[in-house]
Write a protein that binds this ligand. Structure first.
Ligand code: TMP
Length: 218
């Protein structure tokens, strides 16, 4: 089996920059990684992502939203994550099941037992070995995310950026609660530091955690 690392955090926390830096860092040391993301990561799940993040879909009900995340995850795990882990790869995923707890349960208020049950089926036995929570003040993160959306020429994936600040505070508090509940799996990194300082902390701690067999070439 490979090793599964997920990155989580509120909008604009910097996790996408950090996961790419980590992928390059490990590749440069001869450690193959598969870099993927949720929602998305394969063609069918990417189509579901487009529905989920389209700012025009304001009428999407919380339950329909939850089930679309679960559907995208089921496809992504089947098609991409499980085969890569079975082949012994290190898989780096930008968001995974914790995002559904943080956003749909802590953020939207959907009963946690419904989400746990859907995650159980969608994940099909796959669970992160390590989760890096890039913790960040939602006001600062949202400002960064809005600047990124304005500068992008692609589709405006901003349905969540349009949510009230209070929603994003619930998401952040939810993530911190999840990390407190599972200290062995989560690493909390302060997202207010510089990109270089954050990456130094992540790379050092990730290298220490990757199993010996997978980092033999380091
Ligand atoms: P991204 O901006 O990090 O690509 O994530 C897409 C958005 O989807 C982000 O606003 C968080 C949200 N999301 C959920 O609400 N639930 C989930 O299960 C996942 C994976 C993401």
């Amino acid at each position: 089996m490979g090793y599964f690392i997920t990155f989580e955090g509120v909008e604009g926390c910097g996790k996408t920059t950090q996961i790419k830096l980590l992928s390059d860092f490990l590749s440069a040391r001869g450690i193959d990684t598969l870099l993927t993301r949720e929602p998305g990561g394969c063609p069918i799940a990417d189509k579901i992502r487009a529905i989920l993040l389209d700012a025009e879909n304001q009428a999407l009900s919380p339950l329909a939203e939850l089930m679309l995340y679960a559907a995208a995850r089921a496809q992504h795990v089947t098609e991409v994550i499980s085969p890569a882990l079975e082949a012994g790869n290190i898989v780096l995923c930008d968001r995974f099941c914790d995002a559904t707890l943080a956003y749909q349960s802590f953020g939207r208020g959907i009963d946690r037992s419904i989400i746990d049950s859907l995650n159980l089926h969608a994940c099909q036995g796959v669970s992160p070995d390590l989760t890096i929570l890039v913790d960040c003040d939602p006001a600062i993160g949202l400002e960064r995310a809005r600047r990124r959306i304005e500068a992008s020429s692609g589709p405006r994936e901003e349905r969540f950026e349009l949510e009230a600040l209070a929603f994003h505070h619930r998401v952040r508090d939810g993530y911190r609660q999840l990390a407190t509940d599972q200290p062995d799996r989560f690493l909390i990194i302060d997202g207010s530091d510089s990109i270089e300082t954050i990456f130094a902390a992540i790379s050092r701690r990730v290298l220490a955690r990757i199993p010996e067999a997978l980092r033999a070439v380091c």
